[in-house]
Design a protein around this ligand. Structure first.
Ligand SMILES: [Zn+2]
Length: 180
């Protein structure tokens, strides 16, 4: 008979009390992650980055929701941080969300968004009959970033590099996008 298996979600919450602020039963807490096992590692990476930013800042931070929606990760938080720490936290979350979009939520191996009875990011082995959502060639893992500077809005593009868990700037010309 299998013994009691500690849920990794509860473990995550108790590893990062400064980010989850658990009170009572963590299963009922706001930040309790509602995602499958394959995303455990990417949530852990995200927590390490956020904790570093929050500790260096001395501000306040609390997860309010961690869930899967339309096949990718969504993370919400509440708190008061300096603009710099706020930006670092948002970047940590953006990296985790980008990683979720190419990581099977069952096993943690490389996956892609699949559609069918529901939307999920899955590897081939865990596709469960879902079919790949077609992406424009060359745009895999490419994200648009909006900026506002010198009184005008502009956008840049970057690609999520799963191997190194970083974003790499992409020249719009290589995507066939003409700059104005
Ligand atoms: Zn898988």
């Amino acid at each position: 008979m299998a013994g009691f298996i500690q849920d990794w979600r509860i473990e995550l919450i108790s590893t990062y009390p400064e980010l989850f602020h658990p009170v009572g039963d963590p299963r009922r807490g706001e930040g309790m992650p509602y995602v499958d096992d394959g995303w455990r590692d990417l949530l852990d990476r995200m927590c390490v980055r956020i904790l570093t930013a929050v500790r260096a800042d001395g501000g306040t931070f609390k997860f309010t929701q961690i869930k899967e929606k339309y096949g990718t990760l969504r993370v919400y938080w509440d708190g008061a941080l300096s603009p710099d720490a706020d930006a670092r936290v948002e970047e940590a979350i953006t990296l985790a969300e980008a990683r979720s979009a190419c990581t099977c939520d069952v096993c943690g191996e490389e996956g892609r968004l699949r559609d069918g009875a529901w939307l999920a990011t899955r590897c081939v082995a865990h596709a469960e009959g879902l079919t790949p959502v077609e992406r424009r060639l060359g745009f895999e893992n490419v994200y648009l970033v909006r900026h506002f500077a010198d009184g005008r809005h502009f956008v840049t593009y970057r690609r999520y590099d799963r191997q190194n868990d970083v974003f790499i700037d992409v020249d719009p010309a290589t995507l066939g996008i003409e700059e104005d």
